[in-house]
Write a protein that binds this ligand. Structure first.
Ligand SMILES: [Fe+2]
Length: 117
């Protein structure tokens, strides 16, 4: 498959090219997850359906491994994933707290238990 560049590749850093390889791979794994799930939904053969769902879960594993690689390789990815993954409650509230510089488990200034900075 041809790579999709949005700038002359010779002007891109090695780091950008490497991150591109991981991001494209992650996109392909997620696309495969979607395709397998759709085909499994539509499949009338129970054995094939189970195989398709098994394969879908393997693609989820691959996607998760790539996401972890991106987290380790890119501090910006790490910061965002650290903010949102495994957070609880309303996601937009998590964003508001992150932008206010409060830890995700801090209930905020209007709530008991708020820890002023
Ligand atoms: Fe895969």
């Amino acid at each position: 498959m041809a790579e999709e560049w949005h700038a002359p590749v010779e002007r891109l850093s090695r780091r950008t090219v490497t991150l591109h390889q991981a991001i494209r791979s992650l996109m392909e794994e997620l696309e495969a997850v979607d395709w397998y799930r759709q085909r499994a939904d539509d499949c009338t053969d129970a054995e094939l359906q189970a195989l398709l769902l098994h394969n879908m879960r393997e693609e989820l594993e691959h996607a998760s491994m790539l996401l972890e690689w991106l987290r380790r390789a890119d501090p910006d990815f790490a910061w965002q994933l650290g903010t949102y993954l495994f957070s609880e409650g309303d996601i937009l509230t998590v964003e508001e707290r992150a932008e206010a510089g409060r830890p995700p488990d801090d209930p905020g200034p209007d709530h008991p238990g708020h820890s002023p900075r």
